[in-house]
Design a protein. Structure first.
Length: 153
């Protein structure tokens, strides 16, 4: 298996600059080969359509799901059976006076239900290993905190 993997997609602007609404020029469609396409927009704060995903949503989604996959991997290696997993991450976006901006932090808040109580402490500690393995997290320049809540079935 190669150590390098390429990912591609097609982003197409579908807005209309001739309409007199700033919201109309913020629309796009993303097509990923072999997967359903979807429409997106800017965040509503930045004159986008609140009913569509925005780049900030996608970043938070990518980070949360990548951490989950990394966590599942380390749990599987340690024979920890997960019954359910849910995350409610919070990302803080800092907008600068010049109009630029960046995420200043993200807090992942996974709620995990385990099959066995004997795995509780290890399951909690494996979040740090999962964090070190997460491709998306390793690509981010802002702090990422993990505040797991672990329950037993």
């Amino acid at each position: 298996m190669s150590n390098t993997h390429l990912y591609t997609l097609s982003l197409k602007w579908i807005g209309n600059s001739k309409l007199n609404s700033i919201r109309n020029d913020r629309l796009y469609e993303i097509a990923i080969p072999g997967k359903p396409s979807f429409k997106g927009s800017a965040d509503q704060t930045f004159y986008g359509d609140a009913t569509l995903v925005n780049p900030e949503d996608l970043l938070l989604s990518a980070l949360s799901s990548c951490h989950m996959m990394s966590y599942f991997y380390v749990c599987r290696k340690n024979n920890i059976e997960i019954v359910s997993y849910q995350d409610n991450p919070v990302g803080t976006l800092q907008v600068n006076p010049n109009g630029s901006g960046q995420f200043s932090k993200v807090v992942l808040k996974p709620l995990i239900k385990l099959k066995k109580a004997s795995n509780f402490k290890l399951a909690f500690n494996l979040h740090s290993e999962a964090k070190s393995l997460c491709f998306i997290g390793n690509s981010c320049s802002f702090p990422i905190a993990i505040e797991p809540i672990i329950e037993v079935e």
